[in-house]
Design a protein around this ligand. Structure first.
Ligand code: XUL
Ligand code: CO
Length: 443
């Protein structure tokens, strides 16, 4: 268990450390599935799942939406001095992370401390908070899963950062990335994320797409070269999302990002951070995105949440869909885990969830869903026919002409002759419903 740490003041009063109590427990502030020391497929749950809390949703956002003002008042926002306020927020964050037993956290630069339009002052502010975070990490044992820079909220980024048609804006984005990388490295951050919030377009009428994408590639190379020069050994992740806030984002989905990384020679240093609700926005299932990344050897990390089937936009709800998450964990287990990353709760409580306990319930639900899905997926892989059934579907390629085809030894004429000789193929079932029943059976 993490050491629970508070600052001078306890912000989440009346809520102690959340512990594993098992399936018999009625306690809404306990885990029923997430038992960090339980061994599944040769590793502890803690090491498989590497859960992380997201600074922006849990400690910064206040429930405002395009139609309404803030609904949640954070007690750590009371002080007027920005540095003192940021320290209170960090106290609250580490109190929450340790009470939730979350081993990691993630942040954007501007989540940690408020920024102004003064680059040098922003660097100083972030460094001050980095020193504070170092102490908090040492006291608690909580680690930084990844850092990132917010290159989408400030109005200067309204036309993008790395893909902005104005070079001056691009340089400001670079300044922010440099200082966010410095912060990540100073805190022993294990990875660094690029989510291209506004790296895309609202209209092609005013956009030179080719030039913008080349700028993005140059920007990523410069960032990577700088971080490596500073000794950063971690992985860079690109987080695909098809749209929102722009009409079209260049990092549309896993396949698009992989082709971009290959085209611009970034495959050595970059992997993917896949997010559930971004997958569904792109018209894919989450497991589709994970599988695409895994097949390319680039399954780095995940942002856990869920969308809303009726709404369709990026609602960032906490995960609770056990079927969806089980199918995801099947892919993660078969890929031998995430490469360097973890499971970051990029999810927010609803704006009418205004009790302090709501943030705890949300994370408990998400962690239990993933823990249960991990156990279920492992059972499916160990005990059921799932793998065999899929393997057997391709049996015709295991020997004879099929194997020759796979080895590249059959010409189009050979294939045609085979079709003539063998006549009409037999009908073979895909057995989809049977496989779906296997998932439900082990849940
Ligand atoms: C936005 C989103 C971001 C990234 C980090 O949809 O997912 O919070 O995860 O910039
Ligand atoms: Co995300």
């Amino acid at each position: 268990m993490a050491n629970v740490i508070t600052g001078e003041k306890e912000f989440f009063k009346g809520i102690g450390q959340v512990k594993y109590e098992g399936l018999e427990s009625d306690n809404p502030l306990a885990f029923r599935w997430y038992d960090e020391n339980r061994i599944v497929a040769g590793k502890t749950m803690k090491d498989h799942l590497r859960f992380s809390g997201a600074y922006w949703h849990s400690f910064v956002a206040t429930g405002g939406d395009p139609f309404g003002e803030a609904t949640i008042e954070h007690p750590w926002n009371a002080k007027s001095d920005p540095i003192e306020r940021a320290k209170d927020k960090m106290d609250a964050a580490f109190e929450f992370l340790t009470k939730m037993n979350l081993p990691f956290y993630c942040f954007h630069d501007v989540d940690v401390v408020d920024f102004t339009n003064d680059v040098v002052d922003n660097e100083r502010r972030l460094q001050t908070l980095v020193e504070y975070a170092k102490k908090k990490q040492a006291e608690s044992g909580v680690k930084l899963l990844w850092g990132t820079a917010n290159l989408f909220s400030n109005r200067r980024y309204m036309n993008g950062a790395a893909t902005n048609p104005n070079f001056h804006v691009l340089a400001h984005g670079a300044a922010q990335v440099k200082s966010a990388l410095d912060a990540t490295i100073a805190l022993g951050g294990e990875n660094y994320v690029f989510w291209g919030g506004r790296e895309g377009y609202m209209s092609l009428l005013n956009t030179n797409m080719k030039r913008e994408q080349e700028h993005l590639a140059k920007f990523l190379h410069a960032s990577k070269d700088y971080a490596r020069k500073q000794g950063f050994k971690g992985t860079f992740f690109i987080e695909p999302k098809p749209c929102e806030p722009t009409k079209h984002q260049y990092d549309y989905d896993a396949a698009t990002v992989i082709s971009f990384l290959r085209q611009y020679d970034l495959l050595e240093d970059f992997k993917l951070n896949l997010e559930v609700n971004h997958a569904t926005l792109a018209g894919h299932t989450f497991q589709h995105e994970l599988q695409v990344a895994a097949d390319a050897g680039l399954l780095g990390s995940m942002d856990a949440n869920r969308g809303d089937v009726q709404n369709g936009w990026d609602t960032d709800q906490f995960p609770n869909n056990i079927n969806e998450v089980t199918e995801a964990m099947l892919i993660v287990l078969e890929a031998n885990g995430l490469q360097g990353g973890g499971i970051n709760f990029d999810a927010k409580i609803r704006r009418n969830s205004t009790d302090q306990a709501d943030l705890f319930y949300a994370h408990i639900g998400g962690m239990d869903t993933f823990a249960r899905a991990l156990v279920t997926a492992d059972n499916i892989l160990q005990k059921s026919d799932y793998k065999n059934i899929r393997h057997e579907r391709y049996a015709s390629f295991d020997s004879g002409a099929g194997a020759e085809f796979e080895a590249g030894k059959m010409s189009l004429e050979d294939l045609r002759n085979y079709a003539v000789e063998q006549g009409e193929p037999e009908t073979i079932s895909g057995q989809q419903e049977m496989l779906e029943n296997i998932i439900n059976r082990y849940i």
